[in-house]
Design a protein around this ligand. Sequence first.
Ligand SMILES: NC(=O)c1ccc[n+]([C@@H]2O[C@H](COP(=O)([O-])OP(=O)(O)OC[C@H]3O[C@@H](n4cnc5c(N)ncnc54)[C@H](O)[C@@H]3O)[C@@H](O)[C@H]2O)c1
Length: 346
Amino acid sequence: MNRSLSRLAVVGAGLIGRRHIATILQSTVAELAAIVDPQPEAKVFADSLGVPYFAVLSEMLESVSPDGAIVATPNHLHVENGLDCVRAGCPLLVEKPLSTSAAEAQVLVQAANDADVPLLVGHHRRYNPLIRKARQIIDEGLVGDIRAVQASCWLYKPDGYFEQAPWRTATGAGPISVNLVHDVDLMRYLVGDVSSVHAMAAASARGHENEDVAAAVLQFESGAVGTITVSDAIVAPWSWELTARENPAYAPTDQSCYLLGGSHGSLSLPDLKLWRNDGERSWWHPMSATNFPIDSADPLLNQIQHFCQVIQGEQEPLVTGSEGAQTLRVIEAIQHSAMNGTTINL
Ligand SMILES: NC(=O)c1ccc[n+]([C@@H]2O[C@H](COP(=O)([O-])OP(=O)(O)OC[C@H]3O[C@@H](n4cnc5c(N)ncnc54)[C@H](O)[C@@H]3O)[C@@H](O)[C@H]2O)c1
């Protein structure tokens, strides 16, 4: 079938914005329509690519009318930028977290629904083939009823990462919002919705406005329970970032960071290893592990391809605004619980 390329604009040409730009440039279904970013170096970058440059989003929307926009600005601007796109009738893929507050996120979700403008949230890990395989293994019953999960997101962000973009040290940009949001989204995707959370956190030792370590106990609607911990101040090999081989910027380790335990087996990720008893289920009986082959297709590229299919009316959004908002509600509950010491029911 012959189809036209979707003309995508990227709003915010920082760390992830530039990865989206590189992904669009390598994609066979999209072309780069414009770059929006007030920083002078973004203009130099756009010029080097021969792409229209704008400092202001609304001017780009009016002048270029792209088929879609990727919003990769700092978290606190997502809703404001997203509403501009919705008003212009421009389908949008907003980076995670959808907002710094679930209530504000809901405003954007509602506006997009009312205007019938497709809104996707950049939980790109759901586009990773290994996550789809994990979901298939679970759906086929090979794990049985999931009873418990453990997820670790332990990594160390160097000082330079914060010096480069000071918004990363401000309220709303701590590791719960920026990193754990990915893990919570995957847990929701694999295990189901979360019904309550209880969390603890400690303030950043580097003096940032956020936590630098947090732990949460999750109760899922299915009855499963989970523990999930995050830190951007721990030197460790156990995070999705360092184990999943999604982003070549990270030197990968051969560890896993998620354990999902069920009534008939257990699965570790991202190594896709399934443990089951050979015969009767019993701690007295031997267990064996099956390693499923891992397809390493780039989730960011898959996400762009999916966004283009949504724009062309060929698919419904996989990670909708509502899904992004629901994941954000869990994140917000973790933050509130850590602050107040209470269990929060969702
Ligand atoms: N999906 C992922 O794996 C992933 C990875 C990193 C970051 N993120 C998310 O992407 C977003 C950006 O993070 P980052 O680390 O790339 O930040 P960054 O600071 O590197 O880049 C943000 C860019 O937005 C620009 N900007 C600021 N105000 C703007 C405006 N009004 N209009 C247009 N551009 C504007 C800044 O000049 C900067 O270049 C955050 O929400 C973050 O959580 C997602």
